[in-house]
Design a protein around this ligand. Structure first.
Ligand SMILES: [Zn+2]
Ligand SMILES: [Zn+2]
Length: 298
């Protein structure tokens, strides 16, 4: 099972013609998870040919404008589109109050919502996926998130066909790792199934360097990480509680991730992205800087 991440918005505090305020859409077999919803994300959905009404969960990192200004409009549109499920919104403390404020300013949303205020640990888990969070260090209360597709036992269809095992509850048994009896023979689950490894994505938006970044991102297949400043701007990065290219790359290296994608780069650096990429690659070679509407797959 693969995970697709649509980069809806990769800008920092000020959007540009090419880069929208923050928003990342994570797509798995059963879920469509939006991480942050800056201004303009609704139109980015349309440009990416994605449907906001398919969203199952929204994860909010923090309540700075560049990460949340689009939320009021998006929730309204989902109501107009007759959203039939319960939308689960996860965010830091006071998320409930903020969303209720939208309803006071505008009107009640016509969708079922459940709001979860989170701090650390596993915040959602089912048979297929797990979502974890840890607090960051960014002036206001801020969370970062990991989404993991768990490892899964898969059936080798060629072997199944060869043994002529019909579509029956026996398949379910094998999938659960149990040996079965078929045509008076015992068929061992381990001979006909294989383990598909899990996949982990971590998204860290807006933080100063802190130990939780490494803890959360540990062994991720992909780390999407803010890199507001360039390597020589360490002082500003520390003062405004953001990361430099070098710091983001150091997190990737220490957390032993496979790939790193740098986002939330200050607009003043947009004309020199190759230079910023070079800085990060000095520390962590498998780094990229995605553009808006790029799709990353793990
Ligand atoms: Zn930001
Ligand atoms: Zn921020």
């Amino acid at each position: 099972m693969e995970m697709k991440i649509v980069c809806l918005g990769t800008s920092s505090s000020i959007p540009t013609a090419k880069k929208n305020h923050s928003g990342f859409l994570i797509k798995t077999e059963k879920e469509q998870i939006l991480v942050d919803c800056g201004e303009g994300i609704q139109r980015q959905f349309r440009k990416a040919e994605e449907n906001p009404a398919k969203t199952t969960k929204i994860l909010i990192t923090h309540w700075h404008e560049d990460h949340t200004l689009g939320l009021a409009g998006l929730l309204k549109t989902m109501g107009v589109d007759s959203y039939a499920k319960t939308l689960h919104i996860y965010g830091p403390k006071a998320t409930r109050e903020k969303i209720h404020l939208f309803e006071q300013i505008y009107s009640r949303y016509k969708i079922q919502m459940e709001i979860h205020e989170v701090h650390s640990g596993t915040i959602y888990e089912d048979k297929q996926i797990k979502i974890e969070t840890l607090p960051m260090n960014h002036g206001i209360i801020t969370q970062a998130y990991s989404v993991t597709i768990k490892e899964q036992r898969r059936i080798d269809k060629a072997k199944l066909k060869k043994l002529k095992i019909p579509n029956s509850p026996l398949i379910g048994e094998l999938q659960r790792g149990k040996d079965i009896k078929f045509n008076n023979k015992t068929i061992k689950a381990k001979d006909i199934t294989y383990i598909q490894p899990g996949k982990k994505l971590t998204i860290i938006l807006d933080t100063a360097s802190n130990i939780n970044t490494i803890e959360l991102a540990k062994n991720s297949n992909l780390l999407i990480c803010e890199s507001t400043y360039s390597a020589e701007e360490q002082e500003q990065a520390t003062e405004y509680k953001h990361l430099t290219t070098t710091e983001a790359a150091t997190i990737a290296k220490k957390a032993k991730v496979t790939n790193l994608a740098l986002v939330h780069i200050s607009q003043k650096h947009h004309h020199r992205l190759p230079q910023l990429l070079k800085e990060a690659k000095k520390v962590f070679a498998k780094t990229t800087i995605p553009e808006d509407l790029d799709i990353l797959t793990i």
